[in-house]
Design a protein around this ligand. Structure first.
Ligand code: PLP
Length: 393
């Protein structure tokens, strides 16, 4: 038996364990000091009421013979897919029901989709990046090339025609930088992919944070995307489903490579390797897309957005260069005085007892940058910014 040796090429993620170690050490040496965590990527507000009611009702149904549900369709129930179809319609995107696949979250599908592609494909990944794209391809033994996202392109790299890539990852609004592509920029990627016969894997896990109607929430708002892009979405940040687990992936029927329809291939893959998201969870997800659900999740999203504004305003006041925060829960800042990411981490922890995430943990271009998130409580966010104010005075 030979193991998959590609796993030996995955770099160990020391980022969050190193953060935890440093924070624990500081806490035990300074028990009287309150540490505020603005590094978290998880939501903190609970599920909204209509979702909880729907989950309860569906659980009751599961205990009654007549309304009990066993195996469901692997690609998700129509009651949820119809709601998602209407959600897209609100942004002028027409999807067929068969193009929507319900999943247990974007992360699984971002990894699973790779079953459809040959290992010989070259993968293009922006740097800095959500580490899952790199690790899943490394596990499969695919060659990865990087495209620089940096201050000179506002962390929004555009295609370079001299670079040949088969699989392209785009994430907008971006984790970690919070940068968002506009329609013209995405059109360049779509044209590049169609010309080169490449596929774009578009991660729109944070689309719900976009407030500017002119910014695309889906890549299918761009003409030509339906022949070259698969979109990954998530209810995690949109509706607090990080622990409940539900997302969806859109595979348009018009994507055809080597005479094969990718939608059919994905259906085959899912029906073979996946048995669907629990009925109860899909009922909870359905409630998210009702008018009451949309209203309630919007209140939570507004709460996070206000936190982001509080952080962004404070950074602006102190002339700290930053992007994100507007259409994203992430604020990406340049460490002051040319500090490295880890130097700034230590500086914040030791002087202000604020914890964030060093940008260097997301790739080489993240060095010298730092990620703060708006997922903390209002009280903690305000307190953290007060500390910024008084310390930086
Ligand atoms: N994509 C991005 C860019 C993320 O930041 C995350 C989670 O943090 C995910 C996908 C995973 O989402 P899910 O919880 O739906 O698996």
């Amino acid at each position: 038996m030979n193991i998959n040796k590609n796993y030996q090429n995955i770099s160990d993620s020391y980022l969050f364990s190193t953060i935890a170690k440093k924070v624990n050490e500081f806490a035990s040496n300074n028990p009287d000091k309150k540490i505020i965590r603005l590094g978290i990527g998880d939501v903190t507000l609970p599920l909204c009421k209509v979702v909880v009611e729907a989950l309860k009702k569906a659980s009751e149904e599961m205990g009654i013979k007549e309304t009990f549900h066993g195996y469901g369709p692997e690609q998700g129930y129509d009651f949820l897919k119809t709601k998602i179809q209407s959600y897209y319609k609100m942004h002028n995107v027409d999807l067929k029901l068969d193009e929507i696949f319900i999943s247990d979250g974007a992360k699984s599908d971002l990894g699973n989709i790779l079953d459809l592609f040959d290992v010989d494909n070259t993968v293009l990944v922006p740097d800095p990046v959500y580490p899952v794209y790199v690790d899943t391809n490394t596990m499969a033994g695919r060659k990865i090339i990087y495209i620089d996202a940096n201050a000179s392109n506002n962390f929004l790299p555009l295609p370079d025609k001299s670079v040949k890539a088969d699989i392209i990852y785009l994430c907008s609004p971006n984790n970690p930088t919070g940068a968002v592509y506009n329609k013209e920029q995405l059109k360049l990627w779509v044209d590049y992919a169609n010309e080169n016969k490449s596929i774009i894997l578009f991660d729109s896990a944070y689309e719900c944070f976009i407030t500017d109607e002119n910014l695309p929430r889906s890549i299918y708002e761009i003409e030509g995307a339906k022949t070259c892009a698969i979109e990954f979405c998530s209810l995690s940040k949109m509706a607090g489903f990080t622990g409940t687990r539900c997302g969806y992936t859109v595979v348009p029927e018009d994507i055809v490579f080597d005479g094969v329809i990718l939608n059919k291939m994905w259906l085959r893959r899912q029906t073979t390797k996946f048995n669907g998201v629990p009925y109860i969870v899909q009922k909870g997800a359905e409630a998210v897309f009702t008018p009451e659900g949309q209203k309630e999740i919007q209140e939570n999203l507004n709460y996070y957005k206000e936190n982001a504004k509080i952080i962004s305003d404070t950074l602006t006041k102190h002339n700290i260069w930053h992007i994100g925060g507007k259409h994203s829960p992430y604020i990406w800042l340049k460490c002051p005085n040319n500090m490295t990411s880890w130097e700034f981490f230590d500086y914040l922890l030791n002087n202000m007892q604020i914890v964030g995430t060093p940008g260097s943990g997301f790739g080489k271009n993240g060095e010298g940058y730092f990620r703060l998130t708006s997922f903390g409580s209002r009280e903690n966010t305000i307190e953290a910014m007060k500390r910024f104010d008084s310390f930086l005075k």
